[in-house]
Ligand binder design. Structure first.
Ligand SMILES: [Zn+2]
Length: 463
């Protein structure tokens, strides 16, 4: 027997349970809080039942003295120890090659269609993740909600500059666009897959209306069009950008392309968890599919609404690798007030940085991502940067050098160096050096043309 995909799920039931747009607006987005909470409790308890079947959680929870009956609902969530990428890595090392956190293995593909994607691997083997049909479809539906909230509509042509390779980015969008949005996916991938000039020619010839990808590469694409090909990005048919802005500068991207750019938040393990609506004022968390907590990075306890901490996620729908209190190490906050759009879901503030990216230089905590916001929308620079940390001098004190790519390495730009040193000193709270380099010279170090998120830190200190 071959497990045909079309028979692997009751698709009508799926759409009823996790409605895509536009159904979601009248159902879950407008659900009275008591009804939504009841739905969340029921889904959480089902997810816990599944998690108890998985060796990874059995080991961790038994060590913590937990019994299945101890967790009766979301109110008991704080009793469960958190886990993170570091635990998943340990699990893969101890139980290679897939770890023991998924509860399925490729052999299960004989009776259930499975897909396999991975993340990471710049050092070592990439982290694998198997997805069952329901995992995959719910994730595609949630990503399609994001697209719709950003204004993507049936008939659009969406050019996705994320690869259809090992990471989930390209594949996830292919499914969300094609299956649940009425949009033609045009997966050109990043510059390493389709050269940037070719991407621009395609966008013009095939009349791309939506651009989707990480801001660094979309900015690069606009600059190549403008400065190397003499084509104003504002003359493209593009009418909006659907991005993962994170800590990047929205205004610079919007001014370059002359269109609005919207933010959302997601991860390889959990899917797309939250998205901005048209008001661009925080990202609505898909509370029918996730519980998102904000926890203090050091003590681990949940913080009050409005306070910053790590994003800790619990999924409600995953069969393979359910996430129970998975700490993403991304720093954000829950926004207290209700959004004027009327969607009942609570909002995440935009990201402030990664707590495990946070670097300590001479006793000061620095988010490398803050460099982008301090630099802002300065037309002399490409927006590409790298934080280089070294122990230098006879005392071996830590030195932070911010390397910035300049559009033109001329006298005008060089004259900006000293004021920049001052701005970074004030913004980051410590003395730094600034190096200006030519456009494109950081590409190899940041991985701008690669398949994953861009790298912003090079720590050359001796451990
Ligand atoms: Zn809203």
């Amino acid at each position: 027997m071959i497990p045909y995909y079309s028979r692997s799920l009751d698709f009508e039931k799926l759409i009823d349970e996790y409605p895509p747009a536009p159904l979601c607006y009248e159902r879950v987005y407008a659900m009275p809080r008591t009804e939504l909470d009841a739905l969340r409790q029921r889904r959480f308890c089902e997810q816990m039942q599944r998690a108890w079947e998985i060796p990874f959680y059995q080991r961790h929870w038994k060590e913590a003295g937990l019994e299945p009956g101890d967790i009766r609902g979301l109110q008991d969530l704080h009793k469960i120890p958190k886990c993170s990428v570091y635990d998943f890595r340990d699990s893969i090392a101890a139980y290679p090659p897939f770890g023991d956190f998924m509860g399925v293995s490729p052999a299960d593909g004989a009776h259930m269609p499975l897909s396999l994607q991975s993340i990471g691997g710049t050092t070592g083997v990439p982290r694998p993740m198997l997805y069952t049909p329901k995992d995959r479809e719910v994730m595609a539906i949630l990503r399609s909600r994001t697209l719709h909230m950003h204004g993507v509509r049936p008939g659009d042509v969406a050019q996705v500059v994320l690869a259809l390779g090992l990471p989930n980015g390209g594949a996830g969008l292919q499914e969300a666009l094609w299956k649940y949005s009425g949009v033609v996916p045009l997966i050109t991938g990043p510059g390493a897959v389709t050269p940037t000039r070719r991407q621009i020619e395609i966008a013009l010839a095939w009349k791309t209306t939506v651009l989707i990808g990480f801001p660094a590469y979309l900015r690069h694409m606009g600059i190549v069009a403008r400065d190397e090909m003499g084509i104003d990005p504002k003359t493209f048919s593009v009418r909006l950008i659907d991005s993962y802005l994170g800590t990047d500068d929205r205004t610079a991207l919007e001014e370059l392309w002359g269109v609005p750019a919207y933010d959302c938040y997601g991860g390889h393990e959990a899917g797309n968890m939250a998205s901005e609506c048209v008001h661009k004022n925080g990202m609505h968390i898909y509370e029918d599919a996730y519980e998102v907590e904000i926890c203090d990075a050091e003590t681990g306890t949940r913080v009050a609404d409005g306070e910053r901490g790590n994003i800790v996620v619990t999924t409600f729908f995953k069969y393979s690798a359910p996430l129970i209190r998975y700490d993403y190490n991304d720093v954000s906050a829950i926004m207290p007030a209700v959004c004027e759009c009327g969607i009942v879901f609570r909002r995440l503030e935009r990201l402030f940085g990664r707590s495990d990216n946070m670097i300590k230089v001479r006793g000061v905590n620095v988010f490398p991502e803050a460099v982008a916001s301090i630099l802002g929308n300065d037309a002399h620079f490409t927006g590409e940067y790298l934080c280089l940390i070294e122990s230098t001098g006879p005392s071996g004190a830590d030195e932070l050098t911010i390397v910035l790519e300049s559009l033109e390495l001329d006298e005008t730009t060089r004259a900006l160096r000293d004021p920049l040193v001052q701005r970074f000193r004030e913004g980051l709270g410590l003395r730094v050096s600034v190096d200006l380099v030519a456009r494109g010279s950081l590409d190899d170090m940041t991985g701008l043309h690669g398949n994953t998120k861009v790298k912003r830190v090079l720590d050359k200190r001796k451990k």
